[in-house]
Design a protein around this ligand. Structure first.
Ligand code: UT7
Length: 326
């Protein structure tokens, strides 16, 4: 086979803010219970960033850990992409703030906005640079402070989300053009803007002039999730030229345990292969996949050469999946 360039994950890092908010604590502010939240979602707790802790701080902490794992320094980074829906400021992009705080050299830095699908979208964008040799050492970060978008009187949403950040370092490596290569092997990215009303924030710069609050018709989103995510996984596996049965680890977006289990059941994925962290940090939007990846790399489950399948769905609606050999 011909030689090709691949973008390979060489380091992973995660960061969760210190403050833990349990289901019992939320039951004191809205009419809910630990039993309802646990049964319907699998969530037991979430992290909450401090009022004076911007999302770039979470992103920087995760990025430092990913760089350390890759044996790289901020000086090596020549591309930064941050997937976030809760930026520090309307502009500049959070990625440029991360660049400044880390002390990375001048190079491209920008944000990707695809809400919960943001990390999968951002990986695909980064692959477009790294697998063409246009960047050699990229930081791709999912970082969110979803608790700052909550309406704390709406029990249908405020119990579901949390704050955190996860990051990967992607580096250029030679491959054989085969599915045994390390790196990004296949993607499927999708959006359907006609479903905006199911999940959105009711504010913005050019409309209300306010940040707004997250609004969701949860059961409608749920109805679309299993089907859409399954379709994206099938398309990404076909793009990579792999069978779903070959996948070693399934790293889904962590929104609801019932969705993860539903997708795994539909596609015949063994539950032992599913990485789940939703009970510990709830839905952290674009941060949830790299946080789950980080947990499973650090505890030794995911090893070099393993075939990974990642997927997500979020506001837009947007959804997508990717196949990566670690
Ligand atoms: O990452 C972005 C993608 N987002 C998602 O994937 C979220 C997808 N949706 C979900 O995870 C689920 O739909 C929810 C967890 C949001 C809700 O679960 P559900 O089984 O779909 O419940 P439901 O919305 O149909 O509501 C059932 C009942 C309602 O009461 P009535 O009308 O039957 O009396 C709700 O008012 O549960 C009630 N309810 C609650 N009760 C206690 C809604 N939220 C709560 C709550 N505590 N926090």
């Amino acid at each position: 086979m011909s030689k090709v360039l691949r973008s390979v994950v060489t380091g992973v890092g995660g960061y969760l803010p210190e403050t833990i908010v349990t289901n019992e604590e939320l039951a004191k502010i809205v009419e809910t219970s630990d039993e309802w939240i646990t049964e319907r979602t699998g969530i037991r707790q979430r992290r909450r960033a401090a009022a004076d802790q911007p999302v770039s701080d979470l992103a920087v902490a995760a990025a430092r850990r990913a760089l350390e794992a890759a044996g790289r320094t901020p000086q090596d980074v020549d591309l930064i992409i941050v997937a976030t829906t809760t930026p520090d400021l309307t502009f500049p992009a959070t990625a440029t703030i991360v660049q400044r705080k880390l002390g990375c050299p001048v190079g491209p830095a920008f944000d990707v906005q695809a809400v919960c699908s943001g990390f999968v979208y951002a990986l695909s964008v980064a692959d477009g640079f790294v697998a063409r040799g246009r960047a050699k050492c990229a930081l791709v970060i999912g970082a969110e402070e979803m608790t700052k978008l909550m309406d704390w009187t709406d029990r249908g949403t405020c119990v579901l989300f949390g704050d955190g950040a996860g990051a990967v370092v992607l580096e250029t490596m030679d491959g054989e053009g085969a599915k045994t290569d390390r790196g990004m092997l296949g993607f499927a990215l999708m959006a359907d803007g006609t479903k905006q009303d199911l999940l959105y924030v009711d504010g913005g710069v050019s409309t209300t002039g306010q940040v707004g609050h997250l609004r969701m018709q949860g059961n409608q989103v749920f109805r679309h999730a299993v089907v859409n995510i399954s379709d994206a996984i099938v398309a990404a596996a076909a793009d990579a030229g792999v069978e779903i049965s070959e996948v070693d680890w399934f790293i889904p977006h962590q929104a609801n345990l019932r969705i993860l289990e539903g997708v795994a059941r539909r596609l015949g994925i063994d539950e032992e292969k599913v990485i789940t962290t939703v009970s510990e940090h709830a839905n952290t939007s674009a941060a949830s996949i790299p946080l789950a990846l980080d947990a499973a790399v650090r505890d030794g489950r995911i090893k070099k050469g393993d075939l990974l399948l990642m997927e997500a769905m979020g506001g837009g609606l947007t959804w997508g999946a990717c196949v990566v050999r670690f």
